[in-house]
Design a protein. Structure first.
Length: 645
């Protein structure tokens, strides 16, 4: 817990007497028993007697001093511990990573000078983890005695292990005011300590390929899993230089925030300590496990739709699975609104969903990609705003032709209305398309820089043109950057949450850093200044959809650029490599090419689909071929869910 002004112990206190006789003493006890406060009070007494005392803070989750995620060695000076050296554990979990913790304790204990040394142990006093930690720490630190804090009316923890060590033992009752800290209080203090350590740090870029990585680092194919990770920065001998926090990983370039280091960084220690989305320092959830396929048997036509990807702001479902017509449904979580990518067979979708569709993105006008337009057309007869439909050149005339095949004499002012936007190079040609009108009505065109089709505060959609014997568009859905309030900093400033925080987020996302924000205490400060202190900004997540493209160098280049670092790539994989001639003749990819594109683009997950029906009896060879080039697949019926913070 946070350091307190511990009153020095009386000269006759048993712990003081023990330290005069014994060189190294382990302090053991459950969380909240007062070990850290007792160590400070004992060091204060020894200082009054002219004795220098050292402390080894061995609890990475709640250190008595030094940054969380480390073991620290310090000496008592002027009423506080002064940090001398530290060893990165890069985890807050002493029980899970007890072997690395023991080795770090051994290293620091060997560096401690002669004289009294207090070892403030983790509050793990139960089960196998507690037993192993106690005995191993005693030996690693060459302890001479044990001090166990336990209430007099309770049995002492790890009694048999204490007896087996054969060390002098001293049992002390916790101070009356000692209380186990609540989870939220521990979280707030730990995060504040981490923020204080990083105060004044610099942002730098490292070449990940040149660094040794030890511990349990996330794969490079999951750049989002690196964001917020605590990093131990090591020299060539593996000695901890400092700790840092990863900001993002792009390819081999790792951007981090860390204090200056006295020597070059040669390696990284990475485990599970990570700043979470709510701004608190905590333990990272295990990397998203391989999704469970439902049903377990190989997918066949008629299986449940999927896969389904649920991120923070959107849920994406491949409606017709891997063999049906291409149709990707994106439901925006907080807007009761949907986007569709391609318009294949919509039979699985309810008609009322069409009422919520605001935008449709058509790759090209082959029947299995556009046939569902008649469903959309019929479902939008009524008082609905125009639906935007984006696609390649010629799309408007194709849609108008479908409309002209229907008699609209009774629809009146309830006619379905659409705005059709065709991507021509770097411009969007626009037409108003109304059922029953003699022809589409031209609208002013607008620029589409770098393929930007649609842009609003919550998300963007980009496209790139590919070749399928006809122009085909691949699309990238890009969610806006996410902001999180740092609760520990908010509490430290004494400001209560309220609508002003929402205003702060909106101003920053809109790029209005100079806008004044009215604070709860009546003052106003610029949004940018407040955001630097209170907000944590995370990049938006991306989904990419690509189907019906030939395996050409230019197609690969364009799609790789669009999909770089995406959370999920939905990509066609119709044919096996032995069917490459058929794939080339029809302008499609092989399963092998699909996997190679995903690997080159360094996406996190790949959802292969649009399988040729010739493989409907047994799609496993296709999946095996894709997996041979890219292993992280989302399969029919599987679910990928972004967990809560």
């Amino acid at each position: 817990m946070p350091p307190t002004d511990a009153v020095p112990l009386p000269s006759e206190h048993p712990l003081v007497a023990l330290l005069r006789r014994r060189r190294r003493v382990l302090l053991c006890g459950a969380p909240g028993s007062g070990k850290t406060t007792l160590a400070r009070a004992a060091a204060g007494r020894l200082a009054l007697e002219g004795l220098s005392c050292h402390c080894l803070s061995a609890d990475p989750g709640q250190p008595g001093f030094g940054p969380p995620g480390t073991l620290s060695l310090g000496h008592w000076e002027a009423d506080d511990w002064r940090l001398e050296t530290l060893a990165a554990l890069a985890s807050l979990n002493a029980a899970r990573f007890r072997l690395p913790l023991i080795e770090a304790a051994r290293q620091l204990a060997d560096e401690a000078p002669s004289g009294p040394l207090l070892v403030d142990t983790p509050g793990v006093v139960r089960g196998v983890a507690g037993a192993e930690l106690l005995m191993a720490l005693a030996r690693a630190c060459a302890a001479d005695a044990l001090v166990i804090l336990v209430a007099t009316d309770r049995p002492p923890p790890l009694a048999e292990e204490c007896r087996a060590l054969g060390l002098e033992r001293l049992y002390l009752a916790p101070a009356p005011e000692a209380r186990p800290p609540g989870r939220q209080r521990r979280r707030e203090w730990r995060s504040a300590a981490w923020d204080a350590y990083l105060e004044g740090s610099e942002v730098r870029d490292l070449d990940l390929g040149r660094l040794a990585r030890i511990g349990t680092p996330p794969p490079e194919t999951a750049p989002e899993a690196w964001q917020g990770r605590q990093l131990g920065l090591l020299d060539r001998r593996g000695t901890t230089l400092a700790l840092g926090e990863a900001l993002n990983l792009e390819g081999q370039r790792l951007r981090l925030r860390a204090p200056p280091t006295p020597r070059p960084i040669a390696g990284l220690m990475i485990r599970d300590a990570r700043r979470r989305r709510d701004g608190y320092l905590g333990s990272a959830r295990p990397l998203t496990p391989a999704p469970v396929a439902k049903p377990a048997r190989a997918p066949v036509p008629g299986d449940a739709p999927g896969p389904r990807v649920r991120l923070e702001t959107v849920t994406a479902t491949l409606v017709n699975g891997v063999f049906g017509d291409p149709l990707l449904h994106l439901r925006l979580s907080q807007q009761r609104r949907s986007l569709l990518f391609d318009l294949g067979d919509p039979g699985r979708l309810p008609a009322r969903l069409a009422h919520r569709v605001s935008d449709v993105f058509i790759s090209h006008a082959h029947f299995d990609h556009i046939g569902g337009f008649l469903w959309l057309l019929r479902s939008r007869i009524g008082d609905f705003p125009p639906c935007r439909i984006f696609g390649p050149p010629g799309l408007c005339e194709h849609l108008a032709g479908l409309m002209r095949g229907i008699l609209w004499d009774r629809v009146g002012d309830k006619a379905p209305r659409f705005e059709v936007l065709e991507l021509h190079g770097d411009r969007l040609r626009r037409h108003a398309l109304v059922a029953g009108a003699p022809r589409p009505h031209p609208l002013p065109s607008r620029p589409a820089p770098d393929g930007l089709l649609h842009d609003e505060p919550a998300f963007r959609v980009r496209a790139t043109t590919l070749d399928h014997g006809t122009p085909v568009l691949a699309f990238a859905y890009e969610a806006a950057a996410r902001t999180r309030v740092r609760p520990a900093r908010l509490a430290a400033l004494g400001w209560s949450p309220g609508p002003w925080l929402g205003e702060l987020k909106r101003r920053m996302l809109a790029g209005e850093g100079e806008a004044p924000i009215l604070l709860p205490d009546g003052r106003t400060l610029p949004a940018a200044r407040l955001a630097e202190t209170l907000l944590l900004t995370l990049p938006g997540q991306r989904l990419v959809y690509a189907t019906d493209l030939g395996d050409t160098a230019e197609n690969r280049r364009r799609l790789t650029r669009l999909a770089r670092g995406a959370r999920v790539l939905f990509c066609e994989a119709p044919f096996l490599d032995r069917e490459a001639e058929q794939a080339a003749r029809t302008g499609h990819l092989t399963a092998r090419a699909c996997g190679e594109i995903a690997a080159t683009a360094r996406v996190e997950w790949l959802a292969p689909f649009h399988f040729s029906r010739r493989h409907a009896g047994d799609p496993r060879p296709l999946l095996t071929e894709v997996r041979g080039r890219f292993p992280r697949l989302l399969l029919p019926g599987s679910h990928l869910q972004e967990g809560p913070p």
